[in-house]
Design a protein around this ligand. Structure first.
Ligand SMILES: Cc1cc2nc3c(=O)[nH]c(=O)nc-3n(C[C@H](O)[C@H](O)[C@H](O)COP(=O)(O)OP(=O)(O)OC[C@H]3O[C@@H](n4cnc5c(N)ncnc54)[C@H](O)[C@@H]3O)c2cc1C
Length: 416
């Protein structure tokens, strides 16, 4: 059976989150856009309290299941679906502010995807504490973005102390500053244990706030999502305990488990990034329709296309783009919830959402003309906020490559 209606718990949650989006985010959107690097503590503290009260604790999916455990038959798993709805609504409120929601973010997703049960327990418990805590994931380096095999940050095992010694520099780390400087959080740092092994040498390491040798050296000034910090991080003889290597403590000489872990993280998070893009697109479309209605223009949905005005056609096309991208997201998160491998669907929905949010926000500015361009309204801000959907966690081009490989049956080596 195909079910298009949101399950009841999700519908209830969406109602509450819309109130948060309207009251705790929208009124402050412009302020945090214009005051980059100021931190929306009121929103953060509220969300921390609300998530603790509801038992959510973090933005990790609720059914965070044990290894090998089958989904429950009496209650369909909806953890990722629920997150997708939640993030879409928060991003509709303000995607930059959403990105500072306390909880694990991409860092916790990496622990979820690659950690063993003890590590999940140890590293994720902090998000249920009273104080807001953040986590981040640091993969990108100046020479290694799309091409993760070029990572130069090294992790060397000190046999005497049984500690890993990390050296290198990471750039563009979302929430890196909040994870390391504003809370007792952590950053999952991807480093190589064998610089000659390419992707096979990649491993994720948890670097906790307060660890000597890790330092935030820069905060980016950005075009959009300006409420969210994007940090550069330097690791200089940074020592972490042996057990902070995520996954199996056995270090196979050459294996692709590290890279697979990175991909598993993205399979889980790309649909969620797509959901945030769709939230921004929906915000733009809603506002355009509202502004048009104020000017006496309503969209006559039932008419044949040739009888519609050009603006009506534009708005209807925007709705089609939005809905089609959302359905791809729903499919990808449904697969994640039901433990079906979803690399194709995760990349498909991410690249489609990246395209759609860029086009819709641009069209929204275009339709409203000077009002779209003016800072009096948020349309110009959403236009700037949109583009990141197509950059982080794999650019549109990289996700197209992944889709092509999956559809055509090529490996990464054969098609790049
Ligand atoms: C605001 C922001 C937040 C970020 N947050 C994080 C984070 O939290 N953690 C993290 O690790 N990284 C983060 N990133 C980094 C982001 O993931 C990378 O910027 C992205 O993966 C692209 O890598 P790059 O910058 O090295 O660009 P490049 O890889 O140099 O790409 C440049 C251009 O070339 C294209 N290209 C590259 N290779 C190919 C190919 N094989 N075929 C076709 N086209 C190609 C790309 O699509 C892109 O258009 C963030 C970036 C930004 C801007």
């Amino acid at each position: 059976m195909i079910e298009f209606e949101a399950p009841k718990p999700i519908a209830q949650q969406s109602f509450a989150l819309k109130t948060v989006a309207e009251n705790m985010m929208r009124p402050f959107s412009r302020y945090f856009d214009e005051n980059e690097h100021e931190i929306p503590w009121d929103y953060i503290n509220f969300m921390q309290m609300a998530m603790r009260a509801t038992g959510a604790g973090s933005l990790a999916p609720r059914e965070s299941k044990k290894e090998g455990e089958e989904p429950r038959k009496d209650r369909p798993p909806i953890g990722y679906q629920s997150l997708a709805f939640m993030l879409e609504t928060l991003a509709w409120g303000d995607v930059g502010i959403y990105l500072v929601t306390p909880g694990g973010g991409l860092g916790a997703a990496a622990v979820e995807a690659t950690g063993n049960p003890e590590q999940k327990q140890k590293f994720l418990a902090r998000f249920k504490e009273e104080k807001p805590t953040f986590a981040a994931m640091a993969m990108t380096e100046s020479q290694a973005g799309s091409d993760t095999s070029a990572i130069r940050t090294t992790a060397v095992l000190d046999q005497a102390t049984r500690e890993w010694v990390l050296n290198g520099e990471k750039i563009f780390v979302t929430a890196g500053h909040k994870a390391l400087c504003e809370s007792a959080g952590f950053v999952v740092v991807w480093a190589t244990i064998d610089p000659h092994a390419g992707r096979a040498g990649m491993r994720p390491f948890v670097v906790e706030a307060g660890t000597p040798g890790v330092q935030v050296t820069k905060l980016e000034h950005k075009m959009g999502i300006r409420a969210s910090d994007t940090a550069s991080i330097v690791l200089q003889d940074c020592r972490v305990p042996f057990d902070n290597i995520l996954g199996s403590p056995e270090i196979e000489a050459v294996s692709t488990t590290g890279f697979k872990g990175a991909m598993a993280t993205f399979d889980a998070t790309r649909p969620l990034v797509a959901a945030t893009g769709i939230g921004v697109a929906r915000a733009s479309l809603d506002l355009v329709k509202e502004m048009l209605a104020q000017q006496g223009v309503t969209i006559r949905y039932g008419l044949p296309r040739q009888k519609l005005t050009s603006i009506e056609r534009d708005v209807i096309d925007m709705e089609v783009m939005l809905q089609s991208a959302w359905l791809l997201v729903i499919k990808a998160v449904w697969m994640a919830d039901n433990r079906k491998p979803n690399p194709l669907e995760a990349s498909m929905c991410k690249l489609r959402a990246g395209d759609v949010v860029t086009k819709i926000t641009q069209k929204a500015v275009e339709i409203m003309g000077p009002l779209g361009y003016s800072r009096e309204f948020l349309l110009e801000k959403w236009f700037r906020d949109a583009k990141i959907t197509d950059i982080y966690e794999g650019t549109g081009q990289i996700n197209r490559l992944i889709v092509a490989r999956n559809v055509l049956g090529y490996s990464g080596r054969e098609l790049r």
